[in-house]
Design a binder for this molecule. Structure first.
Ligand code: SIN
Length: 520
């Protein structure tokens, strides 16, 4: 975003521009935590969100729960680093585990009063894959909504927090290495909000893939805006697939907690296969299980989640998942058909232990941020925790800066109409190449062909964003930028590790050629 000239669209406005001490973009747990922490320091906080309902944020979709330390931070640290294929940054993991208990107690239990499931007088700590002990706090397998909805209600009551729903940030306002707020889509040529500090909390990138467990609208907006403004991004090649999404047209997650309670994976020949892949079988790290499930689907034609070994009947243990199965005509007694599905980006905007990005007064928290905690593969039920801990730390750190009104360049909206089907067709092409070449298994030639296709696509999209500002077009622009960042990072990393899994070129030649010739 250039900042030197004023009002190139020629629009004049007498209204005073909006200002905020802290601007938060995004309304998942990380954005809410940042808003809460800044508000507690007396800051005027403006939280803008594309969401019009809580369920538009991925946090609301989180099932399993929140990993806790149960008095042993080192044990959680070890599990996180092991699951990350050794790539996690130990200092960042330390920040997470040392702050976890206070953050959960202060915000979730004492401030929001989240009623986590109990067994008698104790919390009912659950087990999930690659955890060495039962330590997941949860509410049924619908933890996200039981955390996020009270959080949003709480912020509604905080005087110095204003929430603007159904509002997207399109560009950051940057001048000489410092971010001064953002342009919102509330005016055709972009409404400025000048902020002392700006916190990005825009969530995941599911819309870059044909299928994802993220809510629609997960277009990596914060990552793209930060990158285009000059901030560093890291580890974009590590895109995590969840091993057990229901294998239906619109997949839904079947939480790790189901395997934690004893469910088994079986191939189309009804054989249990995970013990052949890893000593921890169904509870191996997520990247290992996801690839094994895909291998077995390819070899035998399908994989099901066998819930018969659960101690309690499935509909008693996981009522919300039983209901989802029923809505899709699945009878869990027959085994639930599952397949891996894009779930979480381990990389993102590079930040430090306080969520500070590499541009002054810019912060990023939650899934759009790269704290270093997840390395090459995220441990189950650490994303809400990371969003909470970093959201609080960033919100506190972002307090104390005065908003400054800078000169900026308005967006151009001289030709607002888009050709029919433009965004839909481009998204289709984007998802096809990203899912085909940047998914669970990658080849060098597939990655290279994705880079070429995506660069051309970006050129076409840019030609439109020069004169149009529709949200859909900016979402497409953002998804394209993110896809290129994934492809570039994948192309530059020759080490097959964690979620970045490189396969033998010859073995996948046929498959790769089909997508490489994608008709663009
Ligand atoms: C799940 O419930 O399996 C998802 C939890 C997570 O993504 O960490």
């Amino acid at each position: 975003m250039a900042t030197e000239s004023t009002d190139e669209a020629g629009a004049e406005s007498n209204a005073e521009p909006r200002t905020a001490d802290v601007l938060v973009v995004g309304s998942g747990i990380a954005g809410c935590a940042a808003a809460l922490a800044a508000a507690r320091k007396g800051e005027e906080v403006l939280l803008v969100t594309k969401a019009s309902e809580p369920e538009d944020a991925s946090s609301d979709w989180a099932q399993g729960g929140i990993a806790t330390t149960r008095g042993d931070p080192d044990s959680l640290k070890e599990d996180i680093i092991d699951a990350s294929a050794g790539v996690a940054d130990p200092e960042a993991v330390d920040v997470l585990v040392r702050n976890a208990a206070d953050a959960v107690r202060d915000v979730l239990i004492e401030t929001l009063g989240v009623d986590f499931d109990t067994l008698g007088a104790e919390y009912d700590f659950a087990q999930e894959a690659a955890h060495s002990e039962d330590r997941i706090l949860h509410v049924d397998a619908a933890t996200g909504q039981h955390v996020l909805r009270p959080f949003l209600s709480h912020l509604d009551e905080v005087d110095n927090v204003e929430i603007l729903e159904s509002t997207a940030a399109l560009e950051l306002l940057r001048h000489e290495g410092r971010v001064h707020g953002a342009l919102l889509d509330t005016e055709p040529d972009g409404e400025p909000v000048f902020a002392g500090a700006t916190v990005l909390a825009t969530g995941g990138i599911g819309d870059c893939f044909e299928q994802s467990t993220n809510p629609p609208g997960s277009t990596g907006d914060g990552i793209a805006m930060a990158f285009l403004a000059g901030a560093e991004v890291d580890d974009m090649e590590y895109v995590q697939f969840h091993p057990t999404a229901a294998d239906v047209e619109e997949p839904f997650l079947l939480s790790e907690a189901v395997r934690g309670e004893g469910a088994l994976l079986r191939n189309a020949d009804s054989e249990r296969f995970m013990p052949d892949y890893h000593a921890d079988a169904e509870l191996a790290p997520r990247d290992v299980v996801a690839r094994a499930v895909q291998d077995e689907i390819d070899a035998t034609g399908g994989v099901t989640l066998d819930v018969s070994p659960l101690a309690e009947p499935f509909d008693k243990a996981f009522p919300n998942l039983a209901e989802k199965c029923a809505n899709h005509g699945i009878d869990p007694a027959d085994g639930i058909p599952v397949a891996p599905c894009e779930h979480f980006l381990c990389g993102g905007v590079a930040v430090d232990g306080h969520g500070r990005a590499t541009l002054d007064r810019l912060y990023a928290v939650g899934e759009c941020a790269h704290t270093g905690v997840h390395g090459a593969n995220r441990l189950a039920s650490t994303s809400l925790l990371e969003g909470l801990v970093w959201g609080l730390r960033a919100g506190r750190d972002a307090a104390g800066f005065e908003p400054e009104k800078i000169e900026y360049q308005r967006l151009q909206n001289s030709d607002p109409a888009l050709p029919d089907r433009f965004a839909g067709e481009k998204f289709h092409r984007l998802r096809r190449i990203v899912s085909g070449e940047l998914g669970l298994r990658r080849t060098k030639s597939g990655i290279n062909s994705a880079r070429g296709v995506l660069r051309r696509l970006k050129g076409e999209v840019d030609a439109y964003t020069r004169t149009r500002t529709s949200r859909g077009l900016y979402e497409l622009r953002n998804a394209t930028v993110v896809a290129i960042l994934i492809a570039n990072a994948a192309g530059e990393n020759d080490e097959s590790v964690g979620c970045h899994y490189l396969v033998d070129e010859a073995a996948s030649e046929t498959e790769s050629t089909a997508t490489a010739t994608d008709g663009d």
